[in-house]
Design a protein around this ligand. Structure first.
Ligand code: 5GP
Ligand code: MN
Length: 336
């Protein structure tokens, strides 16, 4: 995004616009944080702003300001498509390809609205008119902060916007444990200067598990974990029956994959779950191992080098076997 782009975007925002913000399916803290930060920010220009989520959000984010005004495509498809059709500007936040927003992708593609992509995933598709895409950014929220500064509108960042932005920084970096760069801390510092309650925010995001979720974590680690030491790999695979036994709902499995990387020597982790219609994978890695390549090449997915995901219509055991089979292509075998 160059100076010329910024001038054009500023000119757009000087006129009354219908603006639609869209983020990816199964929105996480960064998807929600970037969308809501942008919503609160654009509303300060007296714009009409609507947020569309392709699917519902995890309930631990219910505290976020403005989240109850979001429109969920899965719950009201016609309304969401009509919002897109009436929009003059569409912001695409925290996703890099239109297939990440399901059927809405077609409407976005065909829309004549000005499209602005703000994202930090690898390989962005060229569908937007203006692009702020940096794969080295910790989060899309970090880029939303940058975008506001590029517009020289940082005075508009109030505590609500600051808290929304910090939510994405915290969740996409695992509370500043990975994915950070020097600028990430500058952003965090700026937000703290503006008065965000960062301890309270971390508490709201993370200390909200139900008893059921903690038991599911225990079950995943005690009964569903497999370690492959010669490839420094760990797998947790949940079955359809686990979904029933533990009444697993959206968001209940969030974060389980990260536990695998806590084992000494484990550098690649797969959390594979058999959902009602599809088998979903979450992949994580350390250092140079690219789970993005594994997700892209074998599981119709993508994401980031060290955090990716994918999905397949197949049997759970076949997907587990596929993951094990492809491991040697991406990870050197070790002498134990
Ligand atoms: P998670 O494992 O937390 O669902 O996702 C980790 C990362 O992988 C996120 O950045 C997400 O955008 C990406 N990702 C997850 N699932 C998919 C998928 O099915 N397709 C693609 N392209 N990316 C995914
Ligand atoms: Mn993100």
């Amino acid at each position: 995004m160059n100076q010329e782009d910024i001038i054009k975007i500023k000119a757009e925002l000087d006129m009354p616009r219908s603006i639609c913000l869209i983020t990816h399916r199964n929105p996480d803290g960064d998807a929600l944080g970037s969308s809501l930060a942008m919503k609160h920010f654009l509303e300060k220009f007296n714009q009409q702003v609507k947020v569309i989520l392709p699917s519902e959000y995890p309930l631990n984010y219910a505290f976020m300001a403005g989240i109850d005004e979001c429109h969920v495509y899965d719950l009201n498809q016609e309304e969401c498509l009509s919002i897109i059709d009436k929009s003059d500007m569409i912001f695409c936040l925290d996703f890099n390809s239109l297939d990440r927003i399901d059927k809405i992708g077609l409407n976005v593609q065909e829309s004549k609205a000005i499209k602005i992509l703000i994202d930090h995933h690898l390989d962005p598709e060229p569908f937007a008119d203006f692009v702020l895409s940096e794969t080295s950014a910790s989060s899309t929220c970090e880029l939303v902060h940058k975008f506001i500064y590029l517009l020289e509108e940082e005075k508009k960042i109030d505590v609500t916007i600051a808290e929304s932005i910090l939510t994405g920084l915290i969740t996409d970096t695992g509370s500043f444990k990975y994915n950070t760069n020097a600028y990430t801390y500058q952003v965090a510092s700026d937000l703290k200067h503006r008065g965000v309650d960062d301890y309270g925010l971390q508490d709201k995001i993370y200390n909200c598990l139900s008893e059921k979720q903690l038991k599911l974590l225990g079950h995943s680690l005690a009964n569903r974990m497999e370690i492959i030491p010669e490839y420094g790999a760990g797998i947790i695979a949940l079955t359809k029956k686990d979904y029933i036994d533990y009444d697993i709902q959206r968001g209940d499995t969030e974060g389980i994959v990260n536990y695998l990387l806590m084992i000494k020597g484990i550098e690649v982790a797969a959390f594979i779950r058999e959902q009602p219609t599809i088998v979903k994978l979450s992949l994580r890695s350390k250092g140079d191992i690219s789970v993005q390549e594994i997700a892209r090449n074998h599981f119709n997915g993508g994401g980031h080098k060290n955090a990716s995901g994918g999905a397949a219509y197949a049997k759970l055991e076949d997907i587990v076997a596929r993951f094990k089979n492809v491991l040697p292509k991406y990870v050197k075998r070790r002498e134990l």
